[in-house]
Ligand binder design. Structure first.
Ligand SMILES: C[S@@+](CC[C@H](N)C(=O)[O-])C[C@H]1O[C@@H](n2cnc3c(N)ncnc32)[C@H](O)[C@@H]1O
Length: 330
């Protein structure tokens, strides 16, 4: 026995179990959950239909994550095609590269680079690719990042209030929160997460030191006495989302990526972006519509939603919106 009780409880134990205990993994999947240390790719069939990968294509996965979408794209690029996989996370990226290499995708087919997708032109140039046939971005955090208490992304696990996708860059959420004034925090909560209780939360949270995810969640509960538990939990989730977006400067990275897109796509090339909340989707919609008006994108489609079956099997897909576009032929 590697743990007491019927199932592992601690993250480290669960992580070890993955791959060694197929029965447990099957039960976790059947319950609509994702086994610890893994990530289930969302709307794979819809993304394949949108990007229409062909043998010989040059593809970019700007958010490699667990490599789920990449794993579906790669066989369709062969022979002679290639995928450049980017991710800003230096902790999960080597694990993903090992997994994909073990599946037989060698250096000539798959290039893995730790890079922010905001730097897409530079990443393409360094990989010797002039323009791509298809580009994918599946925004936000992966289940592996959420599952790991040491990363501090979620209230579900007690851990340091960090939230950095790349812990070598920028400041942890605890430091950001301690440095913010009430007005800036209120604006951040409203803009990044549409938090309706921002006016009550901001003055009480701004400038305070919360070292752990639990300390922050408990403080929010104290600020909102009398608010029903479910509503309070929603506020906690939105505060965490707003902080994560700010810590990782997610909106400016997305805007930069969207600005670079037309120049990085071949004529007729396709881009698909999967978003998970209104702040992301708004930006993608606006950029696609502007490029269509300018005649740069010949076709824009979306938002498409996950099928009812997928939403049942993987609750995380419920908030996903897929938008895709095709660059005009010239
Ligand atoms: C939802 S997951 C992607 C999952 C992946 N599609 C799969 O099938 O396994 C999002 C990933 O994007 C990465 N990420 C988020 N923002 C990024 C950015 N600006 N540049 C590069 N990677 C980013 C995160 O580190 C995370 O691994």
């Amino acid at each position: 026995m590697r743990y007491s009780g019927k199932y592992p409880r601690r993250f480290e134990e669960k992580y070890k179990e993955h791959g060694h205990c197929g029965e447990t993994v099957a039960k976790v999947l059947a319950a609509g959950k994702t086994p610890a240390g893994t990530h289930r790719p969302i709307m794979v069939a819809e993304i394949l239909a949108a990007l229409d990968p062909q043998p010989g294509d040059l593809a970019v996965d700007g958010t490699l994550g667990y490599g789920g979408h990449a794993q579906a794209l790669l066989p369709r690029l062969l022979p002679h095609g290639r995928l450049l996989g980017l991710d800003t996370d230096p902790i999960e990226l080597p694990k993903t590269e090992s997994r994909l290499r073990a599946l037989g995708f060698g250096m000539e087919t798959l290039t893995v680079v730790r890079s922010n997708f905001a730097g897409l032109p530079q990443a393409l140039w360094e990989a010797g690719i002039e323009r791509a046939d298809l580009i994918l971005a599946d925004l936000g955090v992966s289940s592996m990042q959420l599952d790991d208490p040491a990363r501090g992304f979620t209230v579900k696990h007690a851990g340091p209030l960090d939230m950095r996708m790349n812990p070598q860059r920028r400041q942890p959420a605890s430091v950001l929160l301690q440095r913010l004034g009430p007005a800036a925090l209120r604006q951040m909560l409203e803009e990044n997460a549409d938090e309706p209780r921002a006016t009550a939360l901001a003055p009480a949270l701004a400038g305070q030191l919360f070292s752990t995810t639990t300390e922050l969640a408990n403080a929010i509960r104290r600020i909102l006495p009398g608010v029903p538990k479910e509503d309070c939990d929603d506020s906690i989730r939105r505060v965490f989302q707003a902080l994560r977006i700010a810590v990782n400067e997610e909106f400016s990275a997305l805007e930069m990526f969207l600005r670079h897109l037309p120049a990085c796509l071949k004529p007729g090339g396709r881009v698909a972006v999967l978003t998970f909340h209104s702040g992301e989707d708004r930006r993608v919609k606006k950029a696609f519509e502007a490029a269509a008006r300018d005649g740069i994108f010949g076709e824009i489609v979306g938002p498409q939603r996950a099928s009812p079956e997928e939403r049942r099997a993987n609750p995380r897909s419920a908030s996903a919106k897929l938008r895709w576009a095709r660059r005009a032929a010239l």
